[in-house]
Design a protein around this ligand. Structure first.
Ligand code: PLP
Length: 376
């Protein structure tokens, strides 16, 4: 698999060129409203004094770091505000690779493709731990594949593409493995607000000098274009110091208006905002998975995030078949082969379209399923 060329664009371009109406379920850009306080914060910012249009501290607005630290029981100094979780993951992975003796980055299969692309980009050797048949990552599989050659282990919970969510025990075991092999566990938690199972456990719950947590407001506040994320490093660690320097040398700092708007939204948004979004997504998941069952497809019931992986009978998730689905059914998803080997027969659908229902009906009609769906 070529992880360096973004495959999302290939599918999106194909869908855009199609000769018919297509429901776009390719990438994970939310279609719902951000919190109203975010819009207010942004609009007020336009009236700010010119000095507030200048560089914020490189590590991010102090008040924003303070707010995150208070909410998460951290020391403000551990936090670096980044350009989305993308940069946070980059700093954590590159930092771990530099600090620890190994040259490999251990990833899961299926994988969020940007981790694999980034491993190549920073000259690390990617190695993969396949998830089990239920979509879960068994820490034993990670233990078998981790060793002195491992510098970084990257996990993502709630997970893209499978929607599985790791509980407290799994997280504790994974941190312990990173400690045992002299590596860093990078836990990407960008979907933490989209946990339908109640079992999500942040890696922040395990205190260790061998774990970094990355997160962002891209998904939780429906603002993927704002580019505000953060990484939490062990206090006073070399990982933290190196990340601060790299962040400053690469980006100088992050966008100040975006950080100010996020700060306002963090302070003013009622938990009901997140609950309503979750309820809307849960309804979409139910509607979509019912249609998959009607189409005779196998699927992984999402416990978190907003993707559904499905396998249709005799219709492997290749690029060619995804293109066929665009042309013949009017639904665009991502081929399973873009996420590695273990789910290459599957197709991932992002439920970030108001037309999930239309897509569900089209798929059920296209596969004209008479067989019962199997839920993995
Ligand atoms: C697992 C995962 N991590 C990180 C990102 C990127 O997040 P951000 O927009 O904050 O850079 C995504 C986006 O889809 C994602 O799915």
């Amino acid at each position: 698999m070529d992880y360096e060329t973004p495959q999302f664009f290939r599918v999106m371009q194909y869908a855009n060129r199609a000769d018919r109406d297509v429901v776009d379920m390719v990438s994970g850009s939310p279609d719902w409203e951000p919190p109203s306080a975010l819009r207010e914060g942004l609009s007020d910012y336009a009236e700010a004094d010119p000095d507030e249009f200048q560089y914020p501290p490189s590590v991010g607005l102090t008040e924003l770091r303070e707010e995150i630290a208070n909410r998460r029981g951290l020391d403000r100094e551990q936090i670096v505000i980044t350009n989305g979780a993308g940069e946070a993951n980059h700093l954590a992975m590159a930092g771990g690779l530099e600090l620890f003796p190994g040259e490999e980055i251990l990833l899961t299969d299926p994988v969020y493709p940007y981790y694999a692309g980034r491993a190549n980009f920073i000259n690390a050797e990617p190695r993969f731990a396949p998830v089990g048949p239920d979509g879960r990552l068994d820490p034993e599989t990670v233990r078998e594949r981790a060793g002195p050659e491992t510098a970084v282990i990257v996990i993502n919970s709630p997970n893209n593409p499978l929607g599985v969510t790791y509980g407290e025990e799994t997280i504790a075991e994974l941190v312990a493995i990173a400690e045992a092999v002299e590596a860093v566990l990078v836990s990407d938690e960008v979907y933490d607000h989209f946990d339908y199972s109640g079992r999500f456990s942040s890696a922040l719950s395990v205190d260790s000098t061998h774990r970094v947590v990355t997160n962002s407001f891209s998904k939780s506040m429906a603002i993927t274009g704002f580019r505000v994320g953060y990484a939490v490093f062990p206090s006073e660690s070399e990982l933290l110091e190196n990340a601060r320097t790299r962040h400053m040398l690469t980006t100088v700092t992050g966008s100040r208006p975006a950080q100010a708007a996020v700060l306002r939204a963090l302070k003013k948004t009622d938990p009901s905002y997140y609950e309503e979004v979750r309820a809307q997504l849960q309804a979409r998941i139910d509607r979509f998975t019912d249609a998959l069952a009607a189409a005779g497809a196998e699927y992984v019931e999402p416990e978190g995030a907003f993707y559904v992986m499905a396998r249709f009978p005799e219709f492997p998730g290749t690029f060619e078949n995804v293109e066929r689905l665009i042309d013949e059914a009017g639904v665009a998803g991502m081929p399973g082969e873009a996420f590695g080997h273990s789910y290459e027969e599957w197709i991932r659908f992002a439920l970030v379209s108001p037309r999930v229902e239309t897509a569900a009906d089209r798929l059920a009609g296209y596969f004209d399923g008479t067989t019962e769906g199997n839920q993995t």
